[in-house]
Design a binder for this molecule. Structure first.
Ligand code: ATP
Length: 317
């Protein structure tokens, strides 16, 4: 059972402590927090006991050390994180609006996060990987795309598995090839982890039921649908859907819930959990993470998630 690897942006996030529009006025900020969707996924995957590694880059600066130290402390393999001598660690500023949507300011394209390539360390890691998890946000970076394309081929040829979380971000720029690559990743995935809108986009049809039917009929063996404060459901061909209600928690900072969900779900399934057990841990990981500020500050170890599950009621059906 080789490690689960992912490829993509490693960032620091700095967040506004007040709700409002944008960053045009001076406002109070908290952070830096370790961040980047693939990094959050990797951290949660490692914390719950999965073997996890990330391919990416940070700058030779404090923000970079913050991320690498954090991932290493939480048990992730950081051997394929390059330290860029020239460009700084990528960053994201986030502020929530009153309606719950977010304003992001990203510095990725001109940071170390977007400047890594295939290296000996990447080669060594990919050669032993059992599972590759691809995140849509990473498809905004040509360097990551090149590494992902090559890694997908190698992992699949060796009989490894692939999961895809189609988390495209409207603030990031994607090139003309992204739609094609997106469709290819959907079609190749052994596990798809969309949220509502992404489900319809992945299927290319409107409506939840139609989208699920289309994706299952395309041969995708497992779809874990993230439904925010309503919990999550898993769809597999020929079986009844399985739904797990959300845990009832106060939502302090929703960023990173989907990535923690994915990290826990993939780790549990790789470790042999049933769909129901994996779904329960994944919903717990997402819910626990929204209770604190910072995109991965609420990621949990298995013991922490067991305690959370035992102590937390359900939000509804
Ligand atoms: P993000 O893009 O912010 O990472 P996402 O849209 O990919 O998130 P969500 O559906 O928001 O993913 O969250 C993933 C999972 O986390 C949900 O399926 C749910 O189980 C849990 N979760 C998220 N928000 C809440 C909440 N407010 N209360 C309880 N559980 C939550």
């Amino acid at each position: 059972l080789g490690p689960t690897i992912t490829v993509g942006e490693i960032l620091v996030e700095i967040m506004a402590t007040s709700v409002g529009e944008g960053f045009r006025q001076p406002i109070d900020l908290v952070g830096p927090f370790a961040s980047g969707a693939p990094a959050i996924f990797t951290d949660q995957c490692a914390r719950i006991g999965g073997s996890a590694a990330i391919v990416g880059a940070v700058g030779a600066d404090d923000f970079g050390r913050l991320n690498v130290d954090r991932l290493a402390r939480d048990g992730a393999d950081v051997s394929a994180i390059a330290v860029d001598p020239t460009y700084p660690t990528g960053s994201a500023f986030v502020r929530y609006r009153a309606d719950g949507t977010r304003d992001f300011v990203y510095n990725i394209a001109t940071s170390a996060a977007a400047r890594f390539g295939w290296s000996e360390a990447v080669e060594t890691l990919v050669a032993k990987a059992g599972h590759l998890h691809v995140m849509g946000s990473a498809l905004s970076m040509p360097s990551a795309v090149a590494v992902i394309d090559r890694a997908v081929r190698i992992v699949k040829e060796r009989g490894g598995s692939l999961s895809f979380d189609p988390n495209l971000r409207k603030e990031l720029k994607y090139d003309d090839d992204t739609e094609r690559r997106f469709s290819e990743l959907v079609a190749m995935a052994d596990l798809l982890l969309p949220s509502g809108e992404e489900l319809e986009r992945a299927a290319g049809v409107a409506g939840r039921e139609a989208a699920i039917d289309r994706l299952l009929s395309m041969g995708i063996p497992e779809i874990a649908l993230k439904e925010g404060a309503r919990g999550a459901s898993v769809f597999t061909p020929g079986a009844e859907p399985l739904h797990v209600a959300a845990f009832a928690v106060p939502e302090v900072d929703p960023t990173g819930a989907g990535d923690c969900f994915g990290g826990a779900y993939v780790a549990c399934r790789r470790l042999g959990s049933s769909i129901e057990e994996a779904l329960t841990y994944a919903c717990a990981a997402g819910a626990r993470n929204v209770t604190v500020r910072g995109p991965m500050e609420g990621a949990g170890t298995r013991a922490e998630l067991d305690a959370f599950i035992a102590a937390t009621g359900r939000a509804g059906p």
